[in-house]
Design a protein around this ligand. Sequence first.
Ligand SMILES: *Cc1c(COP(=O)(O)O)cnc(C)c1O
Length: 389
Amino acid sequence: MKEVTEKQGYFGEFGGSFVPPQLQEVLDRLATQFEKYKDDPDFNREYKECLQEFVGRENPLTFAKHLTEAYGGAKIYLKREDLNHTGAHKINNVIGQALLAKKMGAHRIIAETGAGQHGVATATACAMFGMECIIYMGKLDMERQALNVFRMELLGAKVVSVDQGQGRLKDAVDVALQDLVDNYETTFYLLGSAVGPHPFPTMVKHFQAVSSEESKRQMVEKEGKLPDAVIAVTGGGSNAIGAFAHYLGESSVRLIGVEPEEAATLSKGTPAEIHGFRCLVLQDEDGNPAPTYSMAAGLDYPGIGPEHSHLKTSGRAEYHTVTKDEVMEAFQLLSRKEGIIPALESAHAVAMAKKVAPEYNNEAALIVNISGRGDKDVQQVFEMFTSET
Ligand SMILES: *Cc1c(COP(=O)(O)O)cnc(C)c1O
C-alpha cells in the first residue's frame, strides 16, 4: 500500500514519503528525534567536536591562482572537502547520523553501498563511536569493489552480500529496508545522500550544510563579499545541497549544479516516484527508471534529491551537463596547475567552472566544491589513458 501520509518533507511538489505503513512508523519516529536533537546544544557541541577532532574541519577555501589564470575571468576558490578524513564530504553526514543513532539508543548501524564509498565512511564512523556496523552490498558490486570491501572489514564492519535481484545497489536497498523494519528498536539505517523518503533529505542537508556555513564566512574574510556563484556536482545531491544551503536565501549568489551527460537527471528528468520519494527521474519509454552510467561511480543514480528537483523547477538553481572529455581535461588541469588531484565526481564541477568563469571579470569570485580527492580514481584514469594509446 502506498499513500502520502504527511505533508512534511516536501520541496514544492517533490519529496514526501511513499512507503509501507510499517516503515512509515519508523520514519516518523526518526523525524521526531531528528527535530529534537538538531537544536540540542549538547548534540551540536558533540557533533562540532567530532568534525574538528576526527574529520579535521574546518577545511580551507583555497584560492586557485593558476586555474584562475588558465580559465580567465572570475577568481576561482576551491572548497576543500577533499581534505576531510576519508577524503570526501560523505563523512560530514555519516558522523551526524551516527551520533543521532547513538542518542536514539540504537547500537546497530546498517547501510547500503554501491561503489563502496558510503560504506567505508559509515564503517569509519562506527569504528570511532564503537557501534556495530552492517553494510549491505550487491554481490556484483562486491566483486567489482573488492578493495573497498576489505577496507570496510578492516574498520570492523560486516559486509553482507546481496544476491537477490541483479545483485546491485537497488537490491541492497531492499534488503536494508527490510532489516530496518524487522529490527527498528535497535537499528538505525544510515542513508548516504540527500535522497529517500522524509526525513532523510532534510537530515542529510542539515549535516552537509557545514560546508557552506564555513565557505560563506571564509569568502567574506578573503573577498569582503559573498561569492558570485557556487558550483557543485550532483549525484544524489548531498555535497551540492550542503554547498548551496547557506546561500539559498542570498539571491545575488548563482547556484550551479553539474551532472554527467550520461546521467543528466536534472537536465532531462521528469517528475516521478522512486525509492519512496518524488523527484526528477530519468525514465525510459515505459516510464521505468532508465539505466545510467557514469565513469564517476558516485554519480550513477537515475534519481536526484527532492530539493534539487524543486530548485531546478523553481529556477533558484541552474543545472548543466559536462561531457566525459571535459571532465578528463579538468581532472588533469587541476592536478597539474594546483597540485590537487580531484575525485572524478568533483572534476565535473571544475569542468563547469571553465564555462562559468569567463562570463565574469576578475572582481567576481566563484566557489567550486571539491567534494573529494582523486586517489580512489587514479588507477581507473591510468587504465583509461593506457587503453587509448
Ligand atoms: C559520493 C560522491 C559524490 C556524489 O554524491 P552526492 O550525494 O551527490 O554528493 C560526489 N563526489 C564525491 C567525491 C563522492 O564521493
